[in-house]
Design a protein around this ligand. Sequence first.
Ligand code: ZN
Length: 160
Amino acid sequence: MQIESRKVVTLEYTLTDEGGDVLDTSKGGEPLVYLHGSGNIIPGLETALAGKGEGESLQVTVAPEDAYGDRDEDLLQTVPKSRFGDEELETGMQFQARGPEGPVLLTVVGVAGDSVTLDANHPLAGKTLSFDVTVLAVRDATLEELTHGHVHGPGGHHDH
Ligand code: ZN
């Protein structure tokens, strides 16, 4: 069976940045399961997987515009440290905040004196990403999965 819209795809993947550093991998953990054609994964990877079949491996390099977008320096903001109470803040810490369009991941990029600089860009924004991917399985999506736009069951988005 080939990968196309309305198929559920199970992948093993390793993600590296331009310097060859491994950013993420499914090896040793759960494979990635997604519904093809529903924007569950970044567009550059989804496009490259179309037409592939079970057992196929591929290497895909994805530019920022087909991954997590370019960095937006307007998403950097400096706020008073007192907003975090007694919490010990360090560069690299991440936490969720409520944004106008849902949860936003904020990364602490600087702590100086009484102020903290936060970055609301996606941690992978502005990066060219390389994926080493093996297609483990392809199956038809269920009607319920198509209605929800994501995968159910093991490895899926949620169970219900
Ligand atoms: Zn659902």
